[in-house]
Write a protein that binds this ligand. Sequence first.
Ligand SMILES: *Cc1c(COP(=O)(O)O)cnc(C)c1O
Length: 418
Amino acid sequence: MHDFQYKNETLFCEDVAIPKMAEAVGTPFYLYSTATLTRHFAAFDRAFAGIPHITCFAAKSCANIAILRLFASLGGGADIVSGGELFRARTAGVDPQKIVYSGVGKTADEIREALSAGILMLNVESEQELAMIQTVAADLGVKAPVSFRVNPDVDPKTHAYISTGLAKNKFGIPITEALRVYLAASKLSNITIKGVSCHIGSQLTQVAPFVESLAKVKRFIGQLSEQGISITHLDLGGGLGIRYNAEEPPEPAEYARAIKQELAGLACTLILEPGRVIVGNAGALITKVLYTKEGLKKFIIVDAGMNDLARPSLYDAFHLIQAVERPNREQAVADVVGPICETGDFLARERAMPKVEADDLLAVMSAGAYGFSMSSNYNSRPRVAEVLVHGDAFHVIRTRETYETLIQGESIPEFLVS
Ligand SMILES: *Cc1c(COP(=O)(O)O)cnc(C)c1O
């Protein structure tokens, strides 16, 4: 359920008509609903009620500081993957003790920043990274709280680019080698072992792979405990899928039930890192039709391109595209394409679309996750505005970039100045 609904043939976000916002901020822009974000976060978090847990929102899915602040105000934390996301999370007021840091390539500077901020734990992905953390922690005179991301070799049955839990993926330490790494870590002076982590992929539409990897991790925690290493935190990552089109992913409650059942008896604080399932359907990309082209094929040319929403081009992902006004008009099959000079620049292909004309607004639905956060300046296009609706009010939470922002930091060296 989300809060993008038609009222008299005009699409609203909560109580604000989308054309009104388009007029005020221009197009394209990302639009998010506070009510949907709040409801999705609460539904997920509540599903784990009764067991100690922290819902650490995966910042990379939608990193705006207003969104991070909203989840922090609801008791959430953040799962970060870079120093930039640490900066965002801290600026947004996320409690450092609710921040976990994942990723295969943390730099020494990023590790230093994370340790100085006093985050809950670093999810370590290799032995060389562990050595680096030991060095940095010793230098700072602190003990680094760590968890190791183990790779359970479980097939998440999702798109190859977002599968992370297979032995052939770059992520984590093979679970078969992890015991040796934990034993080595337990001997390091500036390392405190806190947990075990795993994250097997994104947009999972079945519960079984989560349960399978949890079973493996649980067995592993048993082995650790036999060696005298006790774990206080179990990080299960994110990955729960959403409905873009015809998918039927499990509800958070069903996912939580399966996890809780498999957990039985394990006395750990659970860390959850949901991204997409919270924000995906809470956001839309609003774009305007510039031109239509009729020939061998029909094209609807819009003002948003693959630089604004990469998912269709990158993953061949489906996003429902709705006419913001008069959604019930006659339909025709068309490609919805952007202005970028690449054939791969499309938002939809061979799609039955309402017969729209220049200046009509379209809403590209389910764009809240990995939408703005993956956008770029390709073709020197300023990144778009982000708008957050709250009841009958809307707030620009990121202004549209300008041409000046585009060249910020660039300069022409002396030898080229004649
Ligand atoms: C991307 C990522 C997540 C979030 O994944 P979703 O599919 O958006 O829930 C969580 N944890 C880690 C380590 C990630 O890399």
